[in-house]
Design a protein around this ligand. Structure first.
Ligand code: SAH
Ligand code: SF4
Ligand code: F3S
Length: 441
């Protein structure tokens, strides 16, 4: 059997694209292999959200030169967000001639044809469109990374054009899938043993399908589907989140009490320059409403430090909002200029040393809060859905609470008995990024 391997660099949307690509390859009769250098077909699914993602990608491409030389039949494919930029495709064509197939974020369905054509003719194949109005995955049969939980796209693309962000240029204009198509997919997943779903969109709150359904309508519809036990979603945008959506945390029993609500900055001046369309007061109001509706809700966020023009005072505002909200966890990033975005042309870029110094301070503050919040879990019992075996110790099972806390726990039962099941776990130890515990009856 011919073998394939997929390397994935990006966000969950990118991961889900890889699941779809794996599904297409399996349908063509390919079988997965762990080693990308021994496969017959290797696909590199790229990300370009920050510069380090770029660098890693070009480094990886270089490593495949030897493989191609020793095995001319080997097929190297590149897809994802990088090739949506013309400069990247030009660079691949010029410097990495051993790349056989390049396809875009909205050309995934064409991949089998490109691959067959490549195998038949030996020609290099390229298929990249900027904005495919007919993007659809209703016919895709993704090969899921997890048996019991699944990623489900509800929107594609993004219309928000935050001034730092490349995504609107790599994923095209925002399109919402029909509520009925999303529900059909979730029903299929439930029938296949999936108990937890993650609804995906760059801004789930701006979901609106052709029949006028809102994101709240979608959550309510998915909440009715038998077999599904947990519903999660990401990413929420503070400018579009509705009271009706927030109320779902009260009315929809399967909706997990957890939200990822990127703040990006705590300074109104910077938020304006980022084109985020909310300010700290309105953000804090949303947090209040969330906690009034679901007092046990956990909140995570994304923060960028060193955005052009960020002063010490702006940064203090970011630390301040972090302390006010008390995030359960946070992804913190140093601003990375992306060619083609407005902010990359701003004159007042912040020097590297300043960025790093602020970044370290922010991480310290965030970690201290995370640890403090996690300590409140100690001695209490939570329902955890078992997901896997700990990387460090095969007697330790890992899973997540409703609030998305990672729990490593011990049990008398075997991992096979526990996977995908709700387990009652008493928390015995709290760390910054995880909890430890043991199963109780
Ligand atoms: N659609 C999501 C996030 C997509 S990108 C949202 O709107 O929140 C994930 C995170 O990467 C962003 O939230 C932001 O914090 C970060 N990010 C995006 N572009 C960046 C850049 N140019 N430099 C640094 N961080 C960036
Ligand atoms: Fe990027 Fe902003 Fe769109 Fe998120 S909402 S993907 S940060 S442009
Ligand atoms: Fe990266 Fe594209 Fe996702 S740039 S973060 S893979 S949408």
């Amino acid at each position: 059997m011919r073998k394939y391997h997929i390397i994935t660099y990006g966000c969950q949307m990118n991961e889900h694209d890889s699941e779809n690509i794996a599904g297409l390859l399996e349908a063509m009769g390919y079988e997965h292999i762990d080693d990308p250098f021994k496969a017959d077909v290797t696909v590199i699914n790229t990300c370009s959200v920050r510069d380090n993602a770029d660098k890693r990608f070009f480094g990886t491409l270089g490593q495949f030169k030897k493989v191609k030389k020793s095995r001319p039949d080997f097929v190297l494919c590149v897809c994802g967000c990088m090739p949506q930029q013309t400069r990247v495709v030009a660079e691949i064509n010029k410097r990495f001639s051993w790349v056989d197939i390049v396809f875009g974020t909205q050309n995934i369905a064409e991949f089998p044809v490109l691959l067959e054509e490549r195998l038949r003719t030996g020609r290099r194949m390229r298929a990249i469109v900027d904005n495919n109005p007919d993007i659809s995955e209703d016919d895709m049969r993704p090969l899921r990374m997890h048996r019991h939980k699944a990623l489900v796209n509800i929107t594609y693309g993004c219309n928000n054009f935050c001034t730092y962000c490349i995504v609107p240029y790599t994923r095209g204009r925002e399109k919402s899938r029909m509520l009925s198509d999303v529900c059909d997919e979730v029903r299929r997943l439930a029938a296949d043993g999936v108990v937890e779903i993650m609804l995906l969109g760059q801004n789930v709150d701006s979901y609106r399908d052709a029949a006028g359904h809102s994101f709240a309508d979608l959550i309510k519809a998915v909440n009715e589907i038998d077999g599904i036990e947990r519903i999660r979603f990401m990413t929420s945008h503070p400018k579009d989140i509705s009271d009706e959506m927030i109320d779902c945390f009260r009315t929809c029993d399967k909706l997990c009490h957890n939200i990822h609500l990127p703040v990006q900055s705590g300074s109104d001046r910077i938020l304006k320059r980022m084109n985020r369309h909310y300010d700290r007061a309105s953000y804090l109001k949303i947090v209040d409403k969330l906690r009034e509706t679901a007092p046990d809700i956990t909140i995570s966020t994304d923060v960028i430090v060193g955005f052009p023009g960020e002063t010490d005072d702006d940064f203090e505002q970011t630390l301040d909002i972090a302390r006010k909200v008390e995030y359960d966890s946070a992804f913190t990033f140093i601003y990375s200029p992306r060619e083609g975005t407005p902010a990359a042309k701003f004159k007042d870029q912040v020097p590297d040393e300043v960025c790093h110094e602020r970044f370290d301070r922010l991480v310290d503050v965030m970690n201290e809060i995370s640890l403090r919040k996690n300590q409140e879990y100690k001695g209490k019992t939570y329902e955890v859905i078992a997901e896997g075996i700990s990387r460090n110790d095969d007697k330790v099972i890992s899973g997540r609470t409703d609030g998305f806390k990672l729990v490593n726990f011990t049990s008398d039962k075997s991992p096979e008995q526990l996977m995908g099941r709700k387990v009652k776990v008493e928390i015995t130890e709290s760390k910054t990024f995880s909890l430890e515990g043991r199963e109780v009856d």
